[in-house]
Design a protein around this ligand. Structure first.
Ligand code: NAG
Ligand code: NAG
Ligand code: NAG
Ligand code: NAG
Ligand code: NAG
Ligand code: NAG
Length: 382
């Protein structure tokens, strides 16, 4: 883990003393009197990552996120307030030794939530630094390399190089990647990835409970179910297990030529994406390899058809329609489908209307045996 060296930290503190209001000068940290609001951001020292407010295309409200500075689409690699998006008039600033997001009514919406007892010195000396690894690091002037809190401990949907995926045997915490609710809503979705404590394999869970995919055990070099990890010229994985913690981490062989990371995608797949200067983020590989191998990906009464050319993998069974067409459009198929040929009986005097082509035969029946119409309808409806 890179941390700030002392001289650098002093410089930051000096900057903090001189530039107290809004930060838009490219600082890499948020100090006591700084405020991130509107379009102000902080940028890591080596100009790799940027943090500030972002909003997916169709979303009405904003989240605090971290993205690659070179990425004009601001595709987030970490999201703070994913469950509670806010208006742009909100403020991210230090408060009582924590980094806190206040909404436009000045109510705290999200916080690093470090208990004040763990802050050894005064809360004025605590600051949040965005590192070149993409880790947001909360530390104190007295021991700048000791994290009071770090975003790498609380990943959202992305596993960045240098971050750990595993669990602590001391404080019982673990890292879990959780998919977005849909392609434009960072709210935690239905798929999640973690290292399974029982056999130290990666597992994708559906709805936090049902294991839907497993990587196979670590064989000393790779996970047996992930031959793609053998791509030696791209990255280097390491598995660490000691009395304090068990985790796997990786680094890129050459960060100057490759920018890659893993994402728990809305599709229920782990995607490895890489950045190409010419056309942005590209899919390198996915696991499971086929979207249709993902457990329950199309929800109830949905069916999955692999089609290389079509983005729409999920279809409703004949006679069914998506429960939520909007979510389907945004690639959240979990709502499944409902039967559209619902029998609708409306009696008006002696006439019976049945609004379904499939039920024409029943209309004939009902005209013939008018007396039986009502019981027949109510029995058949749905
Ligand atoms: C902070 O922690 C408290 C207690 O652990 C919890 O109730 C609260 O929701 C947390 N707040 C945030 C913003 O995470
Ligand atoms: C839990 O312990 C691990 C080391 O085992 C440490 O890296 C991490 O920061 C700790 N998390 C919390 C929330 O204290
Ligand atoms: C997910 O699990 C919760 C209970 O943990 C349940 O209420 C919910 O209906 C489940 N979601 C789906 C889509 O089955
Ligand atoms: C385990 O944690 C203790 C206390 O935090 C620390 O002193 C020790 O070096 C750690 N051991 C390893 C193997 O990381
Ligand atoms: C990374 O790639 C660049 C361009 O190909 C090359 O000049 C550099 O030596 C490489 N660095 C390492 C550590 O391999
Ligand atoms: C029922 O029939 C009456 C007159 O025949 C008509 O005014 C009314 O709109 C009908 N109601 C429905 C629900 O079709």
């Amino acid at each position: 883990m890179d941390t700030e060296t002392n001289p650098k930290f002093k410089l930051v503190l000096l900057l903090c003393l001189f530039l107290k209001s809004h930060i838009s000068y490219g600082a890499d940290s948020i100090c006591m009197d700084d405020v991130i609001s509107g379009d102000s951001t902080i940028v890591s020292a080596g100009r790799i990552f940027e943090m500030g407010f972002f909003r997916p295309d169709s979303a009405p409200n904003y989240c605090i996120g971290i993205w690659y500075l070179k990425d004009p689409t601001r595709r987030a690699v970490w999201v703070a307030n994913r469950e509670k998006p806010v208006k742009l008039a909100s403020q991210l600033r230090m408060s009582d030794g924590n980094l806190v997001l206040f909404d436009e009514s000045k109510l705290p919406i999200w916080s690093t939530n470090v208990s004040s007892s763990s802050a050894t010195t005064t809360t004025r000396s605590v600051q949040a630094v965005l590192l070149d690894t993409g880790n947001l690091f909360l530390n104190d002037e007295s021991s700048p390399s000791e994290p009071l809190w770090q975003s790498f401990d609380y990943p959202s949907h992305t596993w960045l190089p240098g971050a750990k995926m595993g669990y602590s045997k001391i404080n019982k915490t673990r890292q879990i990647l959780t998919s977005w609710k849909n392609s434009e809503d960072p709210d935690p979705g239905i798929f999640s990835l973690q290292l399974d404590q029982s056999d130290n394999s990666f597992v994708i869970q559906w709805n936090r409970s049902k294991n839907s995919w497993r990587s196979g055990p670590w064989d000393g070099h790779i996970f047996s179910g992930i031959p793609q990890m053998r791509v030696d010229y791209v990255y280097f994985f390491s598995f660490v297990s000691n009395k304090n913690e068990t985790y796997i981490t990786y680094s890129m062989k050459n960060t100057s030529t490759l920018t890659c990371h893993f994402e728990m995608d809305v599709s229920g797949q782990i995607n490895q994406v890489n950045w190409l200067p010419t056309n942005g983020w590209n899919l390198f590989w996915s696991l499971p390899a086929q979207q249709c191998e993902v457990y329950a990906v199309c929800g109830a009464y949905g069916s999955c058809k692999s089609n290389e050319n079509s983005l729409l993998f999920c279809h409703c069974l004949t006679g069914f329609e998506p429960n939520s067409p909007i979510d389907w459009k945004l690639k959240d198929y979990s709502g499944g489908c409902f039967r559209k040929t619902k029998l609708q009986c409306e009696t008006n005097g002696s006439s019976v209307e049945l609004k379904s082509i499939k039920q024409l035969t029943i209309i004939h029946l009902s005209l013939k045996y008018r007396k039986w119409t009502l019981p027949l309808c109510s029995e058949l409806s749905c």
